[in-house]
Ligand binder design. Structure first.
Ligand SMILES: [Fe+2]
Length: 379
């Protein structure tokens, strides 16, 4: 596999796009918010479905586009468990794997640059293709990430590099998160032999060397780290109530939102997605992972669900906003109005799961969750 290496000149960050040739399912590592349009164009150019956005750590020098990519493409967000990125649905631990099509990326926990930092390893299915290491800020070309802020620890960094990364085959290609001198890749063998911070250095020598660097504080750290701990959703841009431009006002409830907006809110923990279809509809047509089932009406006979009030209150937990999903966006309006009468904040998801009937009386063609390519599953 040859990853597509993309560069953000403002922060000298490398973003990597990997995909499976057969299924065209893709994964992106360390995307940068200023490069969102470029990355979307890249996905389109290769005809890819983005399955995962992943981070090597909570960056201090740029803001991730993970949440916006997830909103626009339906990708799931994954981040290292030790990095306090609460908005990521998948919290990565050492040894975890991420699948995209027939390809797999394995997580290596490599504390040191930050306590939660991870690297990702891709192993070839056919020899003699080399393995790939996406080394984040743990190992750079002829260097390594700093360890003097953000829970950094030079001793742990030395252990992570020498005990974990340097045990990979020498032919493993190293793809770092940054380079400031125009270099794009290295190998484990080359770094073992000639990385000036590590080659021939003891743990004590490495710690002493790192303590002598006296690097300036990253210019964007105060802005970037909190934003990255929310997958790039900036807290100064509104925080809890969702931004107004994604909500269409409506009488009797909080407003209408697109399926993409509802998914982004659910993934960011800003709203609970409530599926108000019948049990039979969810079972036969498909369901949305993570949504709370609270039927508005039930088969047989489509009688109103007598327990709706109690169930929808329970779904809102501590007064969280609700986003209501039905089959085509009609029942969900009635359900959102009822939830509003109960004192809850409830939005309607436009088009529902399948959209309206088209001229041939088929669903799934005129909008809705499934047509937008958002995550769903069949029982
Ligand atoms: Fe970093």
């Amino acid at each position: 596999m040859t990853p597509t290496q993309l560069f953000d000149p403002a922060s000298s960050t490398y973003t990597y796009l990997l995909f499976d040739e057969g299924t065209r399912e893709a994964l992106i590592i360390d995307p940068v918010d200023e490069q969102l349009e470029r990355d979307l164009a890249e996905l389109q150019r290769h005809g890819l479905t983005l399955k995962w956005t992943v981070e090597t750590h909570a960056h201090a020098d740029h803001i991730t586009s993970a949440a916006r990519l997830a909103e626009l493409t339906g990708a799931r967000m994954a981040a290292p468990a030790g990095c306090d990125v609460g908005t990521a649905a998948v919290q990565l631990q050492d040894g975890d794997t991420l699948d995209f099509g027939a390809e797999t990326l394995r997580v290596l926990h490599t504390p040191g640059h930050t306590a939660g930092s991870v690297c990702f390893v891709w192993a070839p299915r056919r020899q003699p293709e080399p393995a790939l290491l996406f080394s984040g800020d743990t190992l750079l070309i002829q260097g390594c990430g700093r360890a003097d802020f953000q829970s950094g620890d030079a001793g742990k960094l030395y252990d992570s590099i020498t005990h974990k990364l340097f045990t990979l085959p020498d032919t493993t290609v190293v793809w770092p998160a940054h380079d400031y001198h125009g270099r794009s890749q290295s190998t484990i063998g080359a770094e073992k032999a000639s990385n000036p911070r590590l080659a021939g250095k003891t743990r004590e020598q490495f710690i002493a060397l790192m303590a002598e660097l006296h690097l300036p504080r990253p210019r964007r750290i105060d802005e970037a780290v909190p934003a990255n701990q929310h997958s790039g959703l900036r807290q100064d841009a509104g925080g809890a109530p969702p931004p107004d431009d994604t909500v269409r006002p409506a009488p009797g409830y909080a407003g209408d939102v697109t399926p993409q907006t509802a998914l982004a809110w659910m993934q960011a923990g800003r709203a609970v997605l409530v599926d108000v279809r019948t049990d039979a509809e969810r079972e036969w047509v498909g369901f949305v992972p993570g949504a709370q089932p609270v039927a508005w009406k039930q088969w047989p006979g489509m009688a109103l669900n007598a327990d709706f009030d109690a169930q929808v209150r329970a779904a809102a937990q501590h007064g969280q906003p609700l986003a209501m999903l039905c089959r085509s966006g009609v029942r969900s309006i009635a359900a959102a109005r009822r939830a509003t009468e109960l004192g809850l904040v409830a939005y309607n998801i436009l088009g529902g799961f399948e959209g309206d009937l088209n001229e041939q009386a088929h669903r799934g063609q005129l909008g809705g969750w499934r047509k937008a390519g958002l995550p769903w599953r069949q029982n």
